[in-house]
Design a protein around this ligand. Structure first.
Ligand SMILES: C[S@@+](CC[C@H](N)C(=O)[O-])C[C@H]1O[C@@H](n2cnc3c(N)ncnc32)[C@H](O)[C@@H]1O
Length: 245
């Protein structure tokens, strides 16, 4: 019996793949065999030195059931599936990606989940406002100017009282022996990551004082989770969520 495909990709012809995606990461994002390999949670665990599961679990603590969530960029492994399960049928989960190929890959895998897929370049502002905006392991792939735009657009899409979650690499501490492996690896595959090591995510935010910032690091500072919670401004009453029942 064929399964009816419920999730469609809202596509726009105006969106073009950025040059950095084609030139630097084309080996990965235009390679279905490698993508299939990377999609295995065991490979993801290996590549993250065992931290991917913990990063996903900690991210999910900030995602409310029945809430509205925007995710910027498709990921490998079970991160999107787990997030959809946490949000549940009565929330909304929008995943945007600049690559149609990646959206189709994700849609094919998550056909039974309630997710809206949209083609959108996150360097351009978003239309809606969300309880939570997720940026999971995307920032290190971006050149500085694109990174700044994506961070500010993510923050602008957060509702009053809502949050943006940035999970990414961080400068490893001096005690982390893995930094000797990471440096040459990054220079080969992720040339923009070292700027992210040096510059705290908060520093990219143009309106950083509109948010309360929380930072946690993992694996002798190899990874970071930065949560920016939008402050409810004086005189602006936060929206009341309608009762679920
Ligand atoms: C979110 S990262 C995640 C990959 C990472 N290795 C992982 O799974 O942990 C990669 C995704 O972001 C997308 N992406 C890159 N630049 C983007 C942009 N400017 N706007 C929207 N999506 C973008 C890529 O097409 C890709 O599908």
């Amino acid at each position: 019996m064929s399964v009816a495909k419920s999730n469609v990709v809202k596509n726009s012809k105006i969106v073009k793949e950025p040059l950095y995606l084609k030139e630097l990461y084309g080996f990965l994002y235009h390679n279905p065999k490698l993508e299939k390999f990377m999609d295995d949670d065991r490979i993801q665990a290996l590549l993250s030195f065992g931290f991917k599961g913990k990063l996903i679990d900690d991210m999910l603590e900030d995602v409310g059931t029945n809430s509205s969530v925007l995710q910027i960029g498709c990921t490998f492994g079970s991160q999107m599936q787990k997030t959809a399960d946490k949000i549940g049928r009565y929330g909304s989960y929008v995943i945007v990606d600049v690559s149609n190929e990646q959206l189709e890959r994700a849609r094919g895998q998550l056909i039974d989940k309630k997710i809206d897929f949209e083609r959108h370049d996150a360097r351009k502002p978003f239309n809606g406002k969300y309880d939570t905006v997720i940026c999971f392991m995307l920032l290190h792939e971006l050149p500085e100017t694109s990174r700044e735009k994506v961070i500010n657009n993510a923050l602008a899409a957060v509702k009053n009282g809502g949050r943006a979650i940035f999970i990414d690499y961080h400068q490893p501490s001096d005690f982390n022996v893995l930094r000797f492996i990471l440096k040459p690896f990054n220079r080969l595959f992720f040339p923009f990551v070292e700027k992210l090591w040096k510059n705290p995510i908060k520093n990219y935010a143009r309106k950083s004082n509109h948010f309360s910032w929380y930072k946690k690091s993992y694996g002798a500072q190899m990874f970071q989770k930065v949560t920016a919670v939008r402050r409810v401004s004086d005189g602006k009453k936060p929206e009341t969520k309608p009762s679920f029942y």
